[in-house]
Design a protein around this ligand. Structure first.
Ligand code: COA
Length: 325
């Protein structure tokens, strides 16, 4: 008997209630609603409460994804969580989510860090593990509390990011021909200081550096457009799919101008792209699963549709996934 495809069985998300508008940020740093909106497309972002952690947000998104899949925590035997803002250096935030949701002890639980491409790395890993037949249902989460690694005095970064979580349950396809078709991951070996958190790690060279995001925005912009365009083209070519067959592209939400540039190069109208960067800013590993969940809720993704996920992040990592919904 042929192995069933691995499909998205449910999605979920969680966003903190606190909204931080551009107007409010302009009281913290020398900026304006007009500058942020025209350069990035961002109007507002969510900020987690002081006591609310990445694991809390991840668990809320995970619970919603389980409900949408019609499964219970006991059905999950694999939890992969993508984040660059874990609650603790150890244990993995995935283990904290396991405890919060009551996922059984036979489940494998671990984190991955590929920055903003994290969800795609987690998705590809889960796909491989589920396809082996040794695991049945995976909870794959992207969650970030980026507000804790922002320099609220640096206007070139603090206006861009926000907190959120998105999740998906993957398992054997329930409808014929639905499921993951292909994934493509990579990492461009560029200098780390293009986009990094210099302090807070074990490098003795960076012991005194701050644990906040630093970025060379202009350089990252160019590399991001090229990397996402290339990975989209590669994956479409590899699976003999033309761009206009894609019903919905769910890109990493870093900057509206980056998404518009990709649309231009792929010769696709913007209405094929799901965009929510205006409401959440860049939520790193949470960005793609949050947008995917919202796109589905909004009826932008329907059963049978071809969906393309694309992302890039620090590293400089990039990734894409082609899915028959
Ligand atoms: N408000 C007002 N002015 C700002 C500002 C802010 N928040 N941030 C920067 N500026 C200023 C700069 O200091 C600069 O002033 P100068 O010309 O006097 O030196 C000017 O605006 C232009 O800055 P620049 O960096 O050239 O702007 P830009 O058009 O490249 O836009 C980004 C900056 C960060 C929005 C853009 O480069 C970007 O989105 N890069 C990619 C970032 C990204 O996606 N990172 C995440 C990857 S996962």
């Amino acid at each position: 008997m042929a192995t069933p495809s691995i499909a998205f069985l449910g999605t979920g998300s969680y966003t903190p209630t606190r909204i931080l508008s551009n107007q409010e940020i302009s009281q913290l740093v020398e900026t304006s609603d007009e500058w942020i909106l025209t350069r990035t497309g961002i109007r507002e972002r969510r900020i987690a409460a002081g006591t609310e952690t990445t694991a809390d947000m991840a668990a809320a998104a995970g619970k919603a994804a389980l409900e949408s899949a019609g499964l219970s925590p006991g059905d999950i035997d694999l939890v992969i969580l993508a984040t660059l803002t874990p609650d603790l250096p150890m244990p993995a935030t995935a283990c904290l989510v396991q405890q919060r949701l009551g996922i059984p002890s036979r489940a494998a639980c671990f984190d991955v860090n590929a920055a903003c491409t994290g969800f795609l790395y987690a998705l590809d890993t889960a796909w491989g593990m589920l396809s082996s037949g040794r695991y049945r249902h995976a909870l794959v989460i992207g969650a970030e509390k980026l507000s804790t690694v922002l320099d609220w005095k640096d206007r070139t970064t603090c206006v861009l990011f926000g907190d959120a979580a998105g999740a998906a349950v993957l398992g054997p396809a329930r409808r014929e021909s639905s499921g993951l078709i292909g994934t493509r991951l990579g990492s461009l070996p560029l200098p780390a200081d293009l986009l990094w958190v210099p302090g807070g790690g074990s490098s003795p060279a960076n012991l005194d550096d701050p644990r906040v995001i630093r970025m060379k925005g202009k350089e990252v912009f160019k590399v991001a457009v090229r990397a996402m365009e290339d990975v989209a083209r590669d994956i479409l070519e590899q699976h003999h799919v033309s761009a206009d067959q894609i019903a919905c592209v769910v890109p990493h939400q870093a900057n509206l101008r980056i998404i518009e540039a990709i649309a231009h190069y792929l010769k696709l109208p913007m209405d094929r792209f799901y965009v929510n960067v205006d409401r959440y800013g860049n939520t790193s590993a949470a960005s793609v699963p949050l947008a995917l969940h919202e796109a589905q809720q909004a009826g932008r993704i329907r059963p049978g549709d071809l969906v393309l996920l694309v992302a890039f992040g620090a590293g400089l990592t990039y990734g894409g996934a082609l899915v028959r919904w």
